[in-house]
Design a binder for this molecule. Structure first.
Ligand code: GRF
Length: 202
């Protein structure tokens, strides 16, 4: 399956996905053929280029509306023959129209155990709440932000001495396992998103 990864930044999850899909011992059902960033000059683009993957910057600031930006992204995905989209630190909210076009074909990773601690500052919310366990979630993208059927989760402990940075680092290590595992489940069609929004395990 041809996969595009959408990023906005450092792309360590992108790197984990690249390493997984290119590992000859794994015979992955997924091939990353395109990386799109809404920001130029980010580290993730460099990672893609090093791996010989086509990259494209689509700067949201050049579009008048979210619809116009999303339409541009959709066109690029379609002309590249993309079948699965992975959001990996992509910091733009996608419109309902775009999300519905990629229903059951678009995954996101979020750095908390959903449905708790949605949004852009999950680690801060986790520390404020004083919970002793956090983690990451890979899920199908639904129109509501950080919602949608959960594919996989991994947990990490939260220590009293944690800062947002130390917690983020610990969560990143499990993200780098969880995302490739989730992509593999989808690309190999071992799971599927049903009409009712629930997962079907085959
Ligand atoms: C990850 O923590 C991911 O869960 C969140 O954004 C971060 C991206 O990190 N959505 P990276 O760019 O993959 O290093």
């Amino acid at each position: 399956k041809k996969v595009a990864v959408l990023i906005s930044g450092s792309g360590t999850n992108l790197q984990a996905l690249i390493d997984h899909t290119k590992n000859p011992a794994i015979k992955s059902a997924a091939e990353i053929t395109l990386v799109i960033s809404n920001k130029a000059g980010v580290k993730g683009l460099e990672r893609a280029q090093k791996a010989g993957i086509q990259t494209q910057v689509i700067n949201h600031k050049n579009y008048k509306s979210r619809d116009a930006f999303d339409a541009a992204v959709h066109d690029v995905l379609m002309s590249a023959g993309i079948e699965i989209v992975c959001l990996a630190g992509f910091m733009r909210i996608l419109t309902g129209g775009f999300v519905s076009k990629w229903q059951g074909k678009m995954l996101n990773i979020h750095p908390s155990l959903l449905p708790s601690f949605k949004g852009a500052n999950a680690h801060k919310l986790v520390l404020e709440a004083g919970v002793r366990v956090s983690g990451c979630t890979v899920h199908f993208v639904a129109e509501e932000v950080d919602a949608g059927a959960i594919i996989t989760q991994e947990s990490v402990p939260v220590y009293p001495s944690d800062t947002e940075q130390t917690l983020a680092e610990r969560v990143h290590t499990v993200e780098h396992r969880a995302y490739p595992a989730a992509l593999e489940l989808v690309a190999s069609e071992r799971i599927e998103l049903q009409e009712d929004g629930k997962l079907l395990w085959k």
